[in-house]
Design a binder for this molecule. Sequence first.
Ligand code: FES
Length: 156
Amino acid sequence: MFEFTEENQKRFLEILTRYPNKLAAMLPALWLAQKQHGWLSPEVMEYVAGLIEVSPAKVYEVATFYTMFNKKPVGKYHFQVCRTLSCQLNGAEKITECLKKKLGLNLGGTSEDGRYTLTEVECLGSCGTAPMLQLNDDYHENLTEEALDQLIESLD
Ligand code: FES
C-alpha cells in the first residue's frame, strides 16, 4: 500500500499551507508522490485523491493531461525530448531518432533492464537553447549527436 514517507508527509502538510484549499494543491501533491514512487500508479493516484478529498477520477483526469506525470513505470534514466516548435525547428526529431537507435527503444518504451525510458514531451521552457531534453531532473541543451554520445557515456 502506498503512502507518503514521514518526510513527505511533512512536505505535503507544508504544501497545503501555500494553497487556499486542498484541491489547489493537487499538482504539487502528485509531483511529490511521483518523486517518491517514480510514477503515478492507480494506487498512488487514489492515495493523493484521498488526501486532497476529491474523486480518484478527478486526479486521473489531471494526471493524464500533463506529460510530466508518468502513468507507467519509467527507467532509471528517463529521457524526455522536447518536441515543441522551437526544438522541432532546431532538430528535435533528429535527436529523438538518434536516441531511439542508441537506446534501442521506441518512443514511450523502457528497456528490459529498466535502465532507460524515452519519451517526447511538450515545451520545457528552454526554447532559446533548442533542441533540448530533460534527463531525470536535469536539462541538456543545444544538443548534438556528439553531445548525446557524451551524455549516455557519462551515465553510471
Ligand atoms: S520548444 Fe523546446 S523547450 Fe520550448
